[in-house]
Design a protein around this ligand. Structure first.
Ligand SMILES: [Mn+2]
Length: 447
């Protein structure tokens, strides 16, 4: 009979080594790809037998699959343990499902911890990780940023429709209203009204949101806690990687193109509705294929999407040629504020809340104003300010003169792409413009 202390130490060692093996070394996908956690190891008195209690996140069937796979691998596992733990004779191993631990929160903690470790030990390809998780999980909430644009909504809808084809339970959520010009994308979609009443334990997929604040504003931690895990898919270089899994690649013109690659890899058939959603995403985020990001990959995908039923003329009509008169009136007023410095190429203009009130336009109707200003030959770098409330503005940047717009945005805690970025300021419009001009000259013009 071994000493109790020695038994406990050996149990601990076996448990630790097994956890590492399961997490990083065992090739069997049944074991590797499921949330398999070694909960406890119990040795008998003469160290001949170790009972290993395994917790698997998922239904009974998943649990059984993992236990069966471990049983099959027992010989190999035991040999590997023997190489690492100094003991005269490695105990026989028996695997049992651990049903006692049903506290989801605890399991989530363990899972996040393990994931962090795996990441530190050299993570796998982020795209593969995302594909794995999308394949494995069954319940999703897909979220994109507030005041969503064509890329945000198109990616969301396309991914939701695609995953549903695999029989998965998928809902979508956005904070704030959906702009009218994109409503055609949302028909037949189930939008969660209030995330606080949504069932817990789903996988959250976050799309096209450079920062977590863009998803739901304040309270992200509470939001994130409702999920079993979160996947962050984005093409903004400034994305902070706030998900459990992060696939961030600024080489993509649109998140819609990333979703396109996901659907292709998962061999999900692209039907007409998916094609319309993805085409909208790529079309709008490349400025109708006119921005610097409009690369061959974007055109290749677009070609296929048109073959699958997307009609560019119809999408143009929905997004760009159905503006309400209020929006044109707002454009008129905003253009009245345009100031262009011909020397530096810097242009500024704004839309105040008073203008919106006078014209009856809404926040979403500011879309397109900055692009219109940027069509001017003398404008190299334009910043457009929207007054959100008294003393608070949101600024959007478009750069035509090669100056990296993210430099300015980052100065004020914002982010984006070199050619298009944004930030917020807790200032009135006039002060925000003055501050921006000053910073522009400091950043780009001095020395
Ligand atoms: Mn985008």
């Amino acid at each position: 009979m071994a000493q109790p202390l020695r038994i406990r130490r050996l149990e601990e060692q076996i448990k630790e080594e097994l956890a590492v093996m399961i997490q990083q070394e065992i090739k069997d996908p049944d074991i590797r790809l499921n949330m398999t956690t070694v909960m406890a190891v119990e040795l008998n008195g003469d160290l001949s037998l170790a009972k290993v209690f395994i917790s698997v996140l998922g239904d009974k069937r998943t649990q059984k699959t993992v236990i069966e796979a471990l049983k099959k691998a027992t010989g190999m596992i035991r040999r590997n343990l023997a190489k690492r733990i100094r003991v005269r004779r490695m105990p026989e191993l028996r695997f049992y499902p651990d049903d006692q631990i049903e506290n989801l929160t605890r399991l989530e903690e363990i899972y996040h911890e393990l994931h962090k470790q795996a990441e530190e030990n050299g993570a796998r390809d982020p795209f593969d990780e995302v594909i794995n998780q999308l394949s494995l999980q069954d319940e999703f909430l897909i979220v994109s940023h507030e005041y969503p644009d064509g890329d945000a909504l198109g990616s969301q809808v396309a991914l939701a429709l695609g995953l549903r084809k695999l029989g998965k339970n998928v809902q979508v959520f956005n904070r704030g209203p959906i702009p009218e010009c994109y409503v055609y994308l949302t028909e037949g979609m189930e939008w969660v009204e209030d995330w606080e009443t949504m069932p817990r334990g789903r996988t959250g997929v976050f799309l096209d949101a450079a920062s977590q604040d863009r998803l739901i504003g304040e309270g992200f931690d509470r939001f994130k806690n409702r999920f079993f895990q979160t996947i962050n898919i984005d093409h903004h270089a400034s994305n902070s990687g706030y998900g459990d899994f992060n696939w961030v690649d600024p080489g993509y013109s649109a998140v819609g193109l990333m979703v396109y690659d996901i659907l292709k890899r998962m061999e999900i058939d692209i039907d007409r509705d998916i094609a319309v959603a993805l085409f909208t995403a790529i079309y709008t985020d490349t400025g109708r294929f006119s921005f610097g990001n409009a690369d061959a990959r974007s055109f290749e995908a677009a070609t296929e999407l048109v073959q699958c039923g997307a009609v560019p003329r119809d999408i143009f009509g929905q997004v760009y040629a159905s503006r309400p008169l209020e929006q044109i009136h707002l454009l008129q007023r905003a253009m009245g504020t345009l100031e262009v410095d011909r020397d530096s190429g810097l242009a500024t203009l704004y839309a105040s809340r008073a203008m919106m009130r006078d014209t009856g336009a809404r926040y979403e109707h500011t879309e397109g104003i900055i692009e219109f200003a940027a069509t001017c030959r003398d404008v190299g770098f334009v910043v457009f300010f929207k007054e959100l409330e008294e003393g608070r503005v949101k600024a959007s940047i478009r750069s035509k003169n090669g100056r990296d717009a993210t430099l300015l945005a980052l100065k004020f805690g914002g982010g984006g792409h070199p050619a298009a970025a944004g930030y917020s300021l807790d200032l009135g419009i006039e002060d925000a413009i003055a501050k921006t001009r000053e910073t522009y000259h400091e950043l780009y013009e001095e020395n």
